[in-house]
Design a protein around this ligand. Structure first.
Ligand SMILES: C[S@@+](CC[C@H](N)C(=O)[O-])C[C@H]1O[C@@H](n2cnc3c(N)ncnc32)[C@H](O)[C@@H]1O
Ligand code: SF4
Length: 331
């Protein structure tokens, strides 16, 4: 295993396979910024599936045991199941985060290719709120179909909901009620100051503690011990046995001290923090003829120097600093 300067091992790699998305979630890709004149990456700028497999193999060799495909929306990348088939033999747990708009037609191919589990983002159960958030009139029912299709293929499903004050607070209880007892773990995420385009304000964050209180008032909860070091979601279980929920308190209770994650953008830049600015250009090494040993040494060197802990240092002032967009780096 490789440790950074703060003693954190490199365990996770999140791979953004595209910076494009068919949604325009207001907290991630607001239309005013990601409109028709926004310049997305060209196809030739993206790492190819073979390049991604090579990079991922290097990371697994350095101790990564979890690979997550993300984006943008990973299912809009053509033939993404072929990438899954390439990554599956590496032996790390293989997961994908998706808005599920294309999950129903793709679930069978994804499972057959070797995907281990899936995380679906869904922020409300009523169309009015969900559509105000995805901003492309996408209906809730089709996301639920995607979840059912994945579950029917035997894929364990987690559902992630970002909570933004005054936008979808009422969805907290709706979602808890709906997913209790379903076997799918629901996780609430505090709205974060990623990127520079979503106009984030601390006042828009609904603290995880408040989310837990609201749910517990109707469905009593008790805490569950973390499953492993670096587990970002604080786990709670329903006292009546109807399953678990998770709370990701990235703003009010930052977990940088246990952060074992690295991220590569769709064009192959390595970020050691979600709040990084520039990243390290792995594509230049890959396309410049670097050997596996050289690539491994470069990644190990970058991780070995890592000191990032942005969320622990966050203030209103740092949140205004330039940052990479969530849709580029993948969350
Ligand atoms: C950037 S998306 C990429 C994958 C896919 N398109 C999806 O939505 O699941 C990954 C995750 O980041 C979350 N996310 C995006 N912007 C966020 C923000 N400002 N604060 C907290 N979570 C955010 C999304 O809700 C999603 O669960
Ligand atoms: S959160 Fe996911 S679905 Fe929403 S705009 Fe961002 S990348 Fe797209």
């Amino acid at each position: 295993m490789r440790f950074d300067r703060l003693g954190r091992p490199l365990r996770d790699l999140r791979i953004s396979v595209t910076d494009r998305c068919n949604f325009r979630c207001v907290y991630c890709m607001p239309k005013e910024v990601f409109g028709s004149d926004y310049r997305f990456l060209d196809r030739k700028e993206l790492l190819t599936f073979e390049e991604i497999e090579r990079v991922a193999r290097i990371f697994v060799g350095l101790g990564v045991n979890k690979l997550r495909l993300t984006g943008g929306e990973p299912l809009v990348r053509k033939d993404v199941e072929k990438l899954i088939a390439l990554l599956a033999p590496l032996g790390a747990e293989l997961t994908l985060t998706t808005n599920a708009s294309l999950l129903a037609p793709k679930a069978t191919a994804l499972a057959a290719a070797g995907l281990d589990r899936v995380t679906v983002s869904l922020d409300a159960l009523d169309d009015e709120t969900f559509q105000a958030m995805n901003d492309v009139d996408f209906p809730v029912a089709r996301v639920l179909e995607g979840i059912d299709a994945a579950a029917a293929e035997g894929l364990p499903v987690k559902v992630n909901a970002v909570v933004k004050r005054r936008l979808n607070e009422h969805a907290i209880l709706d979602m808890a009620r709906h997913f209790r007892g379903s076997g799918h773990t629901l996780r609430f995420i505090e709205y974060m100051d990623v990127g520079a385009t979503n106009g984030w304000r601390l006042d828009d964050v609904v603290p995880a503690a408040e989310i837990a209180e609201r749910i517990s008032a109707e469905f009593p909860l008790e805490p569950v011990d973390p499953g492993y070091r670096g587990e970002v979601a604080k786990r709670w279980r329903y006292r009546d046995g109807a399953g678990e929920i998770g709370l990701i308190a990235s703003v009010t209770q930052p977990f940088c001290g246990d952060c074992t994650r690295s991220r590569i953008s769709a064009e192959g830049r390595l970020y050691t923090c979600l709040f990084g600015l520039r990243g390290h250009d792995l594509r230049a090494l890959v396309r410049g003829g670097a050997s596996d040993d050289e690539l491994r040494d470069a990644v190990a060197g970058i991780w070995g120097k890592r000191t990032d802990r942005y969320s622990e240092l966050r203030t209103e002032a740092t949140s205004a600093l330039p940052k990479v967009e969530m849709s580029y780096i993948g969350g």
